[in-house]
Design a protein around this ligand. Structure first.
Ligand code: PSU
Ligand code: MN
Length: 298
């Protein structure tokens, strides 16, 4: 499947400048409510450019796979309601889907196809609680393993089964690198209490690992906690999470709808206080991805 690069990304590719791919589900109505989605998007674009790299938002637009959007594409993306995982890409192209917002798995497929080796999200999908019964394991995990791209995230979303998510990453052969942290971050919380397998303190060393791993045609996960002072109060978070998970259960939500549903309920139950934390961590991940991306080719 061909990927169309945006004008800025095309120029960067010609000049040999670093490109950071961004997913788009988080910037759509499914990730963050307006106007926070636009703030997050703008924050990420600015942060990547400030480091000297070029952002490339991934999406399906008018049946085309895109890495890097034009100004008139952004409003359509922000209003997007169709969540596209990797398995949905072929049908989206074949049917000429107008706007599809891409999850981590679809974004990695697009980034890999475009030759981009750094990719930023908020928190990856993973093994859901109760997965032994539901079988709900995000396609993100397999995609992170398979595509030669480094994924930068604030750990995995807190409503997941984090020990199982780490086990699954190990099983899939995914290196998990903690950037300046000893413990696996839990999205809006700085830590899950679970150790990260590899701690690295410099962007140069992360870039070196990315270089080796992607040359072997495999991916990796680099995690960094939500910036200090932006983490959500733990008790508030835990209560909101219980409410959100119970609501998801009551509503019988399943499949791809679970993640947007729970994120929305957490925002509601925290009276919007999860949103600044969510934005801060997405921007922080984009910044680190750019810091590493500019060092990969050195
Ligand atoms: N991180 C966020 N908000 C999101 C997501 C991640 O801060 O909306 C999205 C990502 O696109 C991720 C997806 O790939 O949720 C996982 O969905 P699922 O659990 O259905 O695989
Ligand atoms: Mn799922």
């Amino acid at each position: 499947m061909d990927v169309i690069l945006g004008a800025e990304a095309q120029q960067a590719a010609r000049d040999g400048n670093a490109i950071v791919a961004l997913e788009s589900t988080v910037y759509s109505t499914l990730g963050l409510p307006a106007p926070h989605n636009e703030d997050a998007l703008q924050g990420c674009l600015n942060a990547i450019r400030a480091v000297g790299a070029v952002p490339a938002v991934t999406a399906v637009i008018d049946g085309q796979l895109r890495a890097g959007l034009d100004d008139d594409d952004y409003p359509r993306l922000l209003a997007g309601t169709r969540k596209i995982a990797e398995r949905d890409l072929a049908a989206a192209v074949a049917t000429g889907l107008d706007v599809g917002v891409t999850t981590v798995s679809a974004s990695l497929a697009i980034a890999a196809q475009a030759g981009i080796r750094a990719f930023a999200t908020g928190g990856i999908g993973g093994v859901h609680r109760g997965s032994a019964v539901t079988g709900d394991v995000s396609a993100d995990l397999g995609a992170i393993a398979r595509h030669p791209v480094a994924t930068f995230s604030a750990g995995a979303k807190s409503f997941l089964d984090l020990p199982m998510t780490l086990e699954k990453l190990e099983q899939l052969g995914v290196p998990v690198v903690g950037y300046q942290c000893d413990e696996f971050p839990a999205f809006t919380a700085r830590s899950s209490g679970l150790p990260v397998p590899i701690r690295v303190d410099s962007a140069d060393v992360v870039a070196a690992i990315v270089r080796v791993q992607t040359a072997a045609n495999r991916g990796l996960l680099v995690v960094t906690p939500v910036p200090e002072g932006h983490a959500l109060d733990q008790q508030l978070h835990d209560e909101a999470l219980d409410t959100a998970l119970a609501a998801a259960d009551d509503a019988g939500v399943h499949g791809a709808a679970v993640t947007p549903f729970v994120l929305e309920r957490i925002a509601h139950a925290t009276e919007g206080r999860s949103l600044p934390a969510n934005i801060a961590l997405v921007v922080n991940n984009a910044t680190l991805a750019a810091e590493v991306a500019i060092r990969i080719d050195e």
